[in-house]
Design a protein around this ligand. Structure first.
Ligand code: GDP
Ligand code: IMO
Ligand code: MG
Length: 430
């Protein structure tokens, strides 16, 4: 029995993690966001209703599930309150089902201003961040000057810490970036207002998870972003500021590695990337237009057009290795339905060598040319298919080739955005 499942993106984010977490949450007692912040955009479609979550764990549409925002997350309280309100409007009530770690660092308005100001200054060298203040908030955490969720409980301490950090940011925003300054009293007033709404949710989430594991409750750890955006292992510096690989679960929750039973890598049947940075299999031709349109490849958080490309087997092998993946879930297979031929990059051509295994963290990817294997398309509708045997032969062959390239099994396939458009190839819960 798989008790604790980690669900991670193997590419540059937007693989469909939210949909898969939502699907598997019906079996689960807890769903945990362990890193990142509201830079994530996880789309769930249930009974034709679309819900996009940025901070709240994707399992909470199931009334049996308890959601945890653990210490590794950077939390914007205003965004969190907005999301709780949005769910309420859609008749999803999370009262007494969401807990936030008192050790999580806060994202505050000056982090957002700094993120945007820096990106503007970088011009064509910008990272292409989501502008949500993620980088500056994690910088403060590492520099040991963060305001943490637990600080909201002590108004006096909060006020003193806030005044100090606002001064620190104002000095840079005004003198270096010629930007506006912030008044800490205004920020404080807002924080206290929001705190009243979330006060009961603030707790030591380590203990909740420890008890859950002891009582053999099933937990899903919901990754955000993707492995290639990991701060240590991704395509640095074009990455996010947290560990989106499996190590982030350990540091971001306080749960030890022996408690993780199964690690599922969610992989789009092709590739996308939003923001700047290397992308070896990127397409600029009519296939890009096709994938963009059929896959509706526009960011769930910023609305930006996602760059598209063929599936990158070298990058996939790297993700399998980084995360000790148990299996893959292939999403958006249906998007390929009308392509005559489909390619997978199986190696990178360097100047004189072929690279089948390589780190994407420090390699000079600009000089690498993808080497492709070409597969026949199936030219048949797969959207909504729920059983592996109903897939066309060429689609099954494509899945087999991915398994061979990745070296691990494909345990799930997603054939549409709806929760039910899902094939469970192997019963994960045996
Ligand atoms: P996440 O960030 O990994 O949760 O992914 P996003 O929600 O940002 O982007 C995935 C997009 O693809 C969303 O619009 C989903 O509704 C959609 N989606 C997920 N799985 C499938 C699928 O199998 N087929 C199709 N056509 N769309 C899917
Ligand atoms: P989900 O969870 C795709 C990208 C940004 C940018 C880089 C750094 O929906 O898969 P940041 O704002 O984190 O400092 O931006 O990371 N990025 C994502 N791309 N999906 C995401 O999340 C992303 N979160 C951040 O576009 O390139
Ligand atoms: Mg997304």
């Amino acid at each position: 029995m798989k008790q604790n499942i980690v669900i991670l993106g193997t590419q540059w984010g937007d693989e469909g993690k939210g949909k898969i977490v939502d699907y598997l949450s019906k079996y689960s007692s807890y769903v945990v966001r362990f890193h990142g912040g509201h830079n994530a955009g996880h789309t769930l479609v249930v009974d034709q209703k679309k819900i996009v979550l940025h901070l709240i764990p994707s399992g909470l549409l199931h009334p049996n599930v308890i959601g945890i925002i653990s210490n590794g997350v950077v939390v914007s309280i205003s965004e969190l309150v907005k999301e709780i309100e949005m769910l309420k409007k859609n008749n999803f009530f999370i009262h007494q089902r969401l807990f936030i770690s008192d050790s999580a660092s806060l994202i505050l308005p000056f982090h957002i201003a700094m993120d945007i100001a820096r990106e503007k200054t970088l011009g064509i060298n910008a990272i292409g961040t989501t502008g949500r203040g993620i980088g500056p908030a994690y910088e403060d955490k590492i520099a040991r000057r963060s305001l943490r969720v637990g600080d909201l409980k002590n108004e006096k301490k909060l006020s003193l810490k806030l005044e100090k950090i606002v001064n620190y940011y104002n000095a840079q925003l005004v003198s270096i970036y010629k930007d506006k300054s912030f008044d800490y009293k205004v920020i404080l007033k807002d924080l206290l207002k929001f705190k009243n709404i979330i006060n009961d949710m603030i707790t030591d989430t380590n203990i909740i998870l420890y008890e859950a594991i002891k009582n053999k409750k099933m937990i899903i750890f919901e990754g955000a972003q993707g492995s290639l955006l990991d701060i240590d292992h991704g395509t640095y510096p074009y990455v996010t500021s947290s560990n989106s690989t499996v190590g982030g679960v350990i540091t971001g929750t306080g749960v030890g590695p022996k408690s993780l039973d199964y690690i599922l890598g969610v992989t789009k049947a092709y590739s996308t990337r939003v923001g700047n940075g290397p992308f070896p299999t990127e397409l600029f031709d009519e296939t890009d237009s096709y994938l963009s349109k059929e896959g509706n490849e526009f960011g769930s958080t910023t609305g930006r057009k996602r760059r598209t490309g063929w599936l990158d087997g070298v990058a996939l092998r790297y993700s399998v290795q980084l995360n000790s993946l148990s299996a893959l879930c292939i999403t958006k297979l249906d998007v390929l339905d009308n392509l005559k031929e489909i390619k997978i990059c199986i190696a990178y051509q360097n100047i004189n060598t072929l690279e089948f295994h390589t780190s994407l963290s420090c390699n000079n990817l600009e000089n690498m040319k993808p080497v492709y294997e070409v597969y026949p398309g199936w030219m048949k509708k797969t959207s909504g298919i729920k059983k592996i045997e109903d897939l066309p032969k060429a689609a099954k062959n494509y899945i087999k080739c991915i398994e061979k390239i990745a070296g691990i099994p494909v345990d799930m396939i997603s054939t549409g955005p709806d929760r039910n458009d899902t094939i469970l190839v192997r019963n994960l819960f045996l």
